[in-house]
Design a protein around this ligand. Structure first.
Ligand code: XMP
Length: 327
């Protein structure tokens, strides 16, 4: 099958064009798949969510969605996947809470690339195990989009399920492979997916794993998840919102002071870092202005509600020289 977007293909930028695309893809999927079963790794990101919604429209519960929670997702993400796909769309959804498995493998590992490798390999192992439990799967659906093809010769650059074992070499179903990201979003909106999913900011495959700097511990990871939710909520109110905005937590402690019965007591706590960037292609990035009042609201909420954190920092470094992620 050709890997080149047809030159006649119109840019999908209206609900009408999205509707026509959906109708066309639903027929194409039905024709390709027949009455066979299709497997999809559903991360909850925009690409896999749109693919899931398209396939559900075409073949309903013949699609088996596997949502692997590696314990490094942002606050509320697994719950949203279960709510939207499991409940609202009545998907055939397998939810795997593999948190302990991932965190046990990551314990004591501080090198960022080793962490990435462990997370990637473990993901494939968990997904392959779930795939083997399913009977009669003939197809694998993927959220490949056109930039993935352009940038990487047809191999989804950091696709979660690249590298499945040979015995799970299914035929691929890639309904959005000729779409650009903005078109995927228009289609997602037309399919009725929530804005939170359709307009989600980019989130790395290894998730909070590369933002919990150094060796991940469960308590520091929980502090990161809680602080990150606050940062996303408060910066998310800005107009326009930055391209990417989140929180990282370094693996050092610094001194804090708290008052117990009127008496000052020194203690060591973590620092969380607010990171917000604007970029076009993630190759270079600038730091947008954030009103001081917003930073103060974030600081107050984090210090008051996140156990173990006694310091809030704002990262004003640009790329280059600083990468967007801390690891
Ligand atoms: P950096 O940190 O290299 O990030 O400036 C550029 C963009 O890529 C994302 N990123 C990743 N995405 N797996 C991914 O899927 C990764 O390991 C990874 N590392 C960084 C990052 O969030 C930013 O948008």
């Amino acid at each position: 099958m050709s890997e080149k977007r047809p030159e006649t293909m119109q840019r999908i930028n209206t609900p009408e064009l999205a509707e026509a695309f959906i109708a066309e893809q639903v027929e194409a999927i039905k024709a390709q798949v027949g009455d066979k079963k299709v497997l999809l790794a559903l991360s909850g990101g925009v690409d896999s969510s749109v693919v899931a919604a398209l396939l559900i429209k075409a073949i309903g519960r013949q699609l088996v969605c596997v949502h692997v929670n590696h314990g490094l997702l942002r606050k509320g993400e697994p719950e949203q996947v279960i709510e939207v796909f499991g409940k609202q769309l009545n998907a055939n959804l397998v939810y795997v809470d593999a948190t302990d498995r991932f965190l046990d493998k990551l314990a004591g590992v501080s090198d960022p690339e080793t962490k990435r490798k462990i997370i990637g390999k473990e993901f494939i192992d968990v997904f392959a195990e779930e795939a083997k439990k399913q009977e009669g799967i003939k197809f694998l659906a993927q959220g490949t989009i056109y930039p993935d093809i352009l940038e990487s010769d047809g191999v989804k650059a950091h696709h979660n399920v690249g590298g499945l074992p040979e015995e799970l070499d299914f035929e691929l179903v890639e309904p959005v492979k000729f779409l650009y990201k903005d078109e995927v979003r228009v289609v997602g909106k037309q399919l009725g997916l929530p804005d939170q999913m359709v307009f989600r900011q980019p989130f790395p495959g290894p998730g909070l794993g590369v933002r919990c700097v150094g060796a991940i511990t469960r308590d520091r990871l929980e502090a990161l998840r809680a602080a990150d939710a606050i940062v996303r909520e408060e910066i998310g109110k800005l107009d326009p919102v930055p391209w990417q905005y989140f929180c990282a937590i370094p693996d050092f402690v610094s001194t804090g002071i708290r008052y117990v019965n009127g008496k000052g007591e020194r203690y060591m706590g973590w620092a969380v870092v607010i990171r917000a960037v604007n970029t076009v292609d993630a190759v270079t990035a600038t730091v947008p202005e954030i009103p001081f009042s917003v930073l103060c609201t974030i600081r107050n909420r984090i210090i008051e509600t996140v156990p173990g954190v006694n310091r809030v920092l704002w990262d004003i470094s640009e790329k280059p020289v600083s990468t967007i992620e801390w690891e």
